[in-house]
Design a binder for this molecule. Structure first.
Ligand code: BGC
Length: 766
């Protein structure tokens, strides 16, 4: 006991010491910032609030494009950093990934350009959203939507740590990630960048990403960590039209209930920066809204870090959203609303000149500028950029190595979700003669999606040649003789967008007849943002026609989906015995898929959204009672259309699990009380397997119509055949609360239902 006590005391004093040190270092940063600020001219201050894109300062055929190999233009560099004192750069040039060595070169030159005056280092930022996007040779993980399907906090943490390492190896200390948007709408072109449709899942995994990027104690001066950037604050991915950057209408109650929790938790977890929603919420562009940027973010959530705009979004207040009469007024509105740094991207001179004038005219107060600049400087100090503005890439010996590859492979293997397996046709026997077909069968681009070596992912084949496509992974696994590949349908670029065309379709259909099994790889090509807008959620007509023809061959078909959002397949799903969702599994996705299909890995992914069956029935799992058929007991007994193809949380295994002995520590608690829930889970099949145990909570009656159920706990466990484990959850008032009519969290007395597997038990809150 004494020993334990003294250990506890040592631990406490170490923690105190660390807290003390952190406090001192924050204090000293604060005084450094104030002292630097007092020496800065207004031009220097405005420059710190400015971010330009790399193409602006490179040599190229015109002002905003670059020649290859990329080279900085000394005149532009001088103008940006000596004349305009620009404080930040983002993105790559020519929309193309570069090696850590090239990054080191580019960023060294940028930092050296700062040779006069106060020598404030430049902060470089990129979107390394599933690995270091713009770094050649970096480790590409599954995209966030797939990471959500793993339900594995450790894998998410590891992925973020590795991404931080490889981004910093490229001398880039700032990552515009994670995406904490809630996206219950598969029409939206960026759903795959999110953790899906559930606020609790997003919150839990978001915290892991912050930990992985920023490290223990958020010590971002650590050369293997980066500053994270939460985005896109707030309500970005629920536009009414389902299209990018179009208006959203969200009540304050809904904003707080569904959209805010993940951001709040990430802010509490110490995230250093945040990016603003590019769109309109309730008719007001978020970049102009002090209620969100100041009242909610600063005063209520206590966010102390840096607020950066999304791309060109101050310009948008004038040019797109028409709330300002010119650029200058747009700048005034945004800066006064609480923006600290403008991701101007291109016309940075106009931003700087106008802001300078606005301050001189008294339309933007210098205190507001000082506040914004001190946040920029604080971030630079915390990142250690004053001492180490550039990293030595040679010291990052794990970069692109086997340890990181293994982590990405594991993440892919736990994300892939077996949706259907009639008559247990999977796993396949390695002796089976397989026809692999479909536009996604032989493409690294489709496995990775957007933000991979370029914005839209169109350069993936060039950078990812050494990794395996599905066809290659199958050949490696089962032997080249067992596998025939005929595309059937292929993608091609058409302007900015891609089209599909028949590519030996008849031949593929004929080949199906002589195969034992067909692996049909369908889905989407890569995209993000506006180029990914969609007008028809059904899988394309051509792929649907192809699927029907392949199914008509009478051979067993394994449908492999490889898509950024669930494209509807109900026109032919019934003719297909096995369906596997791979999402966007990254560079090791095909290896993981082949291991699953041939049974070396037992699948364990779970859907992070409802997979819809019809385009007019896009209802999330946590909907209201009136939206689902079996819940309606109203006067007219409406036949509400809740009929997803597969529900959130669905995902099969090659083994079976049985749930029993659901126990609650009490059946009555106070509204401030806690309750412990336990359940036994047994592997009742023949194989070892992983199972995610999910706890759903339903408030049976409440003053705001409760959702039918809400995820409030999940734990992934591994079980050997015959093995049983007890899984425990603790429910607190936070889990039982909802946002009430006054927009405040409330726990109301009444009945609650706990649901795990098919077991349920009620308790009441007094
Ligand atoms: C996207 C952001 C991204 C930014 C910088 C914007 O178009 O909406 O998510 O961080 O570009 O690349």
């Amino acid at each position: 006991m004494k020993y334990v006590l003294s250990l506890v005391m040592v631990a406490l004093s170490v923690t105190n010491l660390q807290a003390q040190k952190a406090k001192e270092s924050n204090l000293s940063i604060e005084s450094k910032v104030q002292s630097l600020l007092s020496k800065m001219t207004l031009q220097e201050k405005v420059g710190q609030m400015t971010q330009l894109t790399l193409d602006v300062i490179t040599k190229g055929p015109d002002r905003f494009s670059s020649t290859e190999p990329v080279e900085l233009d000394p005149l532009q560099v001088e103008k940006a950093f000596i004349k305009y004192k620009v404080g930040s750069v983002l993105n790559t040039a020519n929309n193309r990934a570069r090696t850590p060595e090239v990054w080191n070169n580019i960023i060294s030159r940028i930092q050296q350009a700062n040779k006069t005056g106060l020598k404030i280092p430049v902060i470089y930022g990129v979107d390394a959203i599933h690995g270091a996007t713009y770094t050649a040779g970096a480790t590409m993980f599954p995209q966030q939507i797939a990471m959500a399907a793993t339900r594995n906090r450790d894998l998410v943490l590891k992925g973020a740590e590795i991404t931080a390492y490889e981004t910093r190896a490229s001398s880039i200390p700032w990552n515009f990630s994670p995406v904490l948007d809630l996206c219950p709408d598969p029409r939206f072109p960026r759903q795959w960048e999110t953790f899906g449709e559930d606020p609790y899942l997003i919150t839990e995994l978001g915290k892991q990403m912050i930990k992985g990027y920023e490290g223990p104690g958020n010590n971002i001066s650590d050369p293997f960590r980066v500053a994270s950037c939460l985005k896109h604050f707030l309500g970005y991915q629920v536009s009414a039209s389902g299209k990018d950057r179009t208006p959203a209408y969200i009540s304050e109650q809904a904003l707080r209930e569904y959209h805010l929790p993940a951001f709040k938790a990430a802010i509490d977890a110490g995230a250093h920066t945040i990016m603003i929603n590019s769109g309109l919420v309730n008719g007001i562009p978020v970049h102009s809204n002090p209620d969100i940027l100041i009242k909610l973010l600063r005063q209520e959530l206590g966010f102390k870090g840096l607020v950066v705009t999304d791309w060109g979004d101050i310009e948008n207040l004038y040019q797109r959203d028409k709330i300002a009469r010119d650029h200058k007024e747009a700048i005034m509105i945004a800066i006064n609303a609480g923006i600290d740094m403008s991701m101007v991207a291109y016309e940075y001179e106009r931003f700087c000149d106008n802001l300078l004038e606005l301050v001189k005219e008294g339309k933007v107060k210098e205190e507001r500028i000082n506040e914004a600049v001190s946040r920029v400087l604080t971030l630079k100090y915390k990142l250690g950029l004053f001492e180490n503005p550039v990293m030595d890439y040679k010291k990052y010996t794990k970069f692109g190595g086997s340890e990181f590859a293994r982590a990405a492979y594991l993440a892919a293997s736990e994300s892939i979700t077996l949706l259907k397996n009639s008559n247990n046709i999977l796993p396949l026997n390695k002796n089976a003669k397989v026809l692999i077909t479909g536009p996604n069968a032989n493409s690294m681009r489709t496995l990775n999606g957007g933000w991979t070596y370029s914005w839209q992912g169109e350069k993936v084949e060039e950078f990812a040649a050494k990794y395996n496509t599905i066809v290659e992974a199958f050949k490696n696994k089962a032997g080249a003789n067992q596998v025939t590949y005929i595309p059937g349908v292929s993608y091609k670029m058409s302007g900015k967008y891609f089209e599909e065309y028949e590519d030996r379709m008849q031949e593929a259909v004929k080949a199906a007849a002589s195969a034992d099994v067909v692996v049909l790889c369908l889905g989407e090509n890569s995209y993000t943002e506006t180029p990914g807008n969609l007008s028809d959620l059904y899988l394309s007509d051509l792929q649907t026609e192809f699927a029907k023809k392949i199914a008509a061959s009478g051979k067993p078909v394994v449908l492999v989906l490889n898509e950024g959002r669930p494209r509807i397949i109900s026109k032919f799903e019934q003719q297909i015995p096995a369906v596997i969702q791979t999402y966007l599994p990254g560079n090791y996705g095909a290896d993981a898929l082949a291991d699953i299909i041939y049974g070396d890995i037992n699948p364990s992914g779970k859907l992070p959204y409802n997979y819809p069956k019809f385009p007019n029935s896009l209802v999330a799992y946590n909907h209201k009672p009136s939206e689902s058929r079996d819940m309606v007991q109203g006067v007219y007994n409406y036949d509400a259309d809740y009929n997803p193809q597969w529900e959130f949380g669905h995902g099969l295994s090659y083994t079976t699990f049985s749930y029993s002995n659901l126990q609650l520590s009490s059946d009555k608690i106070a509204s401030t009380g806690t309750i412990t829930v336990s359940v036994d889970v047994k592997n009742t099949g023949q194989r070892e397997g992983k199972e995610t145990v999910e706890l759903y909570l339903s408030d049976l009656y409440a003053s705001i119509t409760p959702d039918v159920k809400r995820l409030k706990g999940f734990e992934k466990i591994s079980l050997k055949p015959g093995e049983t484990k007890t899984v425990r959850f603790t429910l607190t008032s936070e889990h039982m609360s909802f946002i009430g009519k006054d927009n405040q969290p409330v726990v109301e007395p009444g009945e609650f239902k706990v649901e795990i597997g098919k077991l349920t038990k009620n308790f009441s809150v007094q």
